[in-house]
Design a protein around this ligand. Structure first.
Ligand code: SF4
Length: 412
């Protein structure tokens, strides 16, 4: 299996079948079913070729997962050094018109105490965040018809006018292309929209097909539109969601390698008590960390967060995430009075601290593992040149300069 890691590092892509084999081998090793250290294929022509090309080079003989982590950490260090980017997260509305089965703020949950921040309150979060050193603000919320799209556009423009050295990321779900374009023209730099699973049947298991139906096809349409418009685009998936298999995860990795997103957010599935998945088993930190490392080898320059969900199921989850190849953390800038109301899953951490405490806490955690929080927009490396010249409004320049270096012939 080491040869598949070699291939992933060399080509930055695998076939679906290869993804299945690699994921299955990692799973088997984790459950104690493998033959132990040095998992490898003896009749491996690529390995033979490698040995011929580099005589005397020792093939790693540690467990596959440890080899994976070490390579991913090294890859991240080569691109980003010991700097960890921060994003100030403003969860500005917990209203949502959708009913995703895994989500605590789904429309059908009558027990949610709904809130919607005003534009002034959101600006105040940004002011506080700027003072603390944040240079990216992430405006996240459900798909809330009560917060008009045009109001959000005005808000983005206001933030960009007051903080021209900052990036604005939106994460507010599915819209039509014209709306995405309006927000981009208003100044939004990035957009996060997890695909959650790239397998259509699995997607239907996680999302309702009645009422207000959600489809994988429309999710991919959104991602394609966002990328074409010129956003730095983030996608991602839940690890350990009900119905997930090695095959569906292989499809996730194939979709990601075709899309070549600038950001990939993955976190463990954590059940919420007021959802149809309340009794389902959650994903594990180990599995999530393995996926982070695989993503790092697939996309060396991508912005990959060590998520709050990972920190929720493992007290040292975010540190482990960084050491597994992640390079972003997203402390919360929302007013403490509303934090607990944005409960996507049970036992979410960091709902009680002030923004300054959150940043201080994370700063200390990162220092302990030899990393530091950067005061920086933290753009994808392929976008830094364009952004530093203030070229946001020049779609042509963004398109010309914005492609991921390894993108090649991405299908999406
Ligand atoms: S996951 Fe997002 S779109 Fe789905 S119900 Fe929750 S907030 Fe709404």
């Amino acid at each position: 299996m080491i040869r598949l890691l070699d291939k992933l590092e060399r080509d930055r892509r695998l076939t679906k079948e290869e993804w299945v084999r690699l994921l299955a081998a990692l799973e088997a090793e984790a459950s104690g079913e493998s033959e132990g250290p040095g998992v490898r294929e003896k009749s491996d022509s690529y390995q033979t070729q490698r040995a011929q090309e580099a005589p005397g080079e020792d093939t790693p003989a540690r467990p596959l997962s440890k080899e994976l982590t070490a390579r991913a950490r090294e890859t991240a260090r080569k691109t980003f050094g010991n700097r960890v980017y921060t994003r100030g997260l403003v969860e500005f509305t917990n209203y949502c018109r959708n009913n995703c089965y895994y989500c605590g703020i789904r429309a059908g949950n009558q027990n949610v105490d709904r809130y919607r921040l005003t534009a002034d309150e959101i600006m105040e979060c940004c002011r506080e965040g700027y003072k603390l050193g944040f240079r990216t603000f992430v405006l996240q919320g459900g798909e809330d018809p009560g917060f008009p799209d045009r109001t959000l556009a005005h808000l983005v423009t206001a933030i960009k006018s007051e903080y021209p050295d900052c990036a604005v990321t939106l994460s507010v779900g599915e819209r039509d292309r014209a709306t995405y374009q309006m927000w981009y023209d208003a100044g939004a730099d990035r957009y996060l929209l997890r695909h959650e699973t790239a397998d259509p049947d699995h997607y239907r298991l996680l999302h309702p097909s009645a009422g207000r139906p959600l489809s994988l096809a429309n999710r991919i349409r959104c991602l394609r539109d966002l990328k074409e418009i010129g956003y730095q685009v983030g996608t991602g998936f839940m690890v350990g969601s009900p119905g997930q298999s090695v095959e569906t995860m292989a499809e996730d990795f194939v979709l990601i390698q075709e899309l070549q997103p600038h950001m990939v957010g993955i976190g463990p599935f954590v059940p919420h008590h007021d959802t149809p998945f309340a009794k389902e088993k959650g994903g594990t930190a180990e599995q999530t960390l393995r996926c982070i490392s695989l993503l790092r080898l697939l996309l060396p320059q991508a912005l990959i967060p060590a998520t709050t969900a990972l920190g929720t199921i493992d007290p040292a989850g975010r540190e482990k995430g960084i050491l597994a190849g992640a390079n972003v953390v997203m402390p919360n800038l929302s007013p403490t009075a509303v934090r607990e109301k944005y409960e996507l899953y049970d036992n979410k951490i960091c709902t009680g601290e002030e923004a300054a405490e959150c940043r201080g806490c994370l700063s200390g955690r990162m220092e302990l593992i030899g990393y530091e929080l950067a005061v920086d927009r933290g753009d994808h490396p392929s976008r830094e040149d364009a952004q530093s010249r203030g070229d946001h409004s020049s779609h042509e320049i963004q398109q010309d300069r914005g492609d991921h270096p390894s993108r090649g012939g991405g299908k999406l």
